[in-house]
Design a binder for this molecule. Sequence first.
Ligand SMILES: [Zn+2]
Ligand SMILES: [Zn+2]
Length: 348
Amino acid sequence: MIPPTMQTTIFTAPGRVEVRTIPMPEPTDRQVLVQVKACAICTWEQRFYKGSKPEDYPFRGGHEASGVVVAKGPNALCDAQVGDPVCLEIMVRCGQCHYCRRGMDNLCLNDRGGALPGQPWGPGGMSDYVLVDDYMVYRALGGQDFAELALAEPVSCVARGIRRTPLAFGDTAVVQGAGVMGLLHLQLLSRRGVRVIVAEPDPIRRGHAAALGAACAVDPLSDDLVKCVHGHTDGRGAEAVFFTAGGVPAIRSAIPALAKGGWLMLYGSVHPKGDLPVDPNDIHYRELNITGTFSHDKESFREAVALLNERLVDVAPFISERVPFPQVDYAMQRAMAMDTYRVVVEFA
Ligand SMILES: [Zn+2]
Ligand SMILES: [Zn+2]
């Protein structure tokens, strides 16, 4: 039975998060109602909790969610049936804007749309139920942990950045940072036959990188990254560097670590932002590719769900703590702590 109301998490101001009871929406047309089972807390939600721009509030948070289909609108195109477990690609992709039509739906101009009537904007995954459009629903095979299925979203973001580089078997890549995103890069790159060198100042996190198969884990603050990379590549450098953390100093140190024709992929954003002086002749003569990747697109989300369904990626080590809903304030505080990877809010 679907209850007449649902509970949803609203970020109202910096450091303020509350759970509100709102009417249960009914799926119409191509919508799908999902009972949420798990919602992981990403750096995006952390930014709202820490303090974002005033116009960002109030915000209905939670974009890494999994659950079970409980009702489908009459025209929903969705292979998941009522009762099936699903991963949710919960960010709005309008399908109509210039970027959606160019196959860059990760850059959709309308990604802040889709709010429930009378409710603030935001994906709203940190709720016991969520109303989504059919294209957001990806069927899981079943038998998996819902907390792991909720991590399809970060896996899809990583898959997209890697797909944009032309890495070949036997290539070498550097991953900067050994947080969740860095370690996901390590796993996915290793699957592609790429040797990975991880740069991470924290010795415990370097240990995790070594345990997950890094060829080498260096401390960027005391070790010479370029020397290490050259040592592994006959002095050529890495075919790609994936920046996930470390700010402008890390990005600056990445450029000399690249081989000719190499790719620098800015996966992470930099807060506060800084200037990045780059020698144009270095880009010209060495044919460097300096670019970024933002969010996920439909193809990378499909890849992520396939990786989880086929158990080709192991996200279990990244789940540090499970917090029962509605303890969202405690969950946010734990998510911000340095000793946690992903904190996952779980629903009954
Ligand atoms: Zn995320
Ligand atoms: Zn769009």
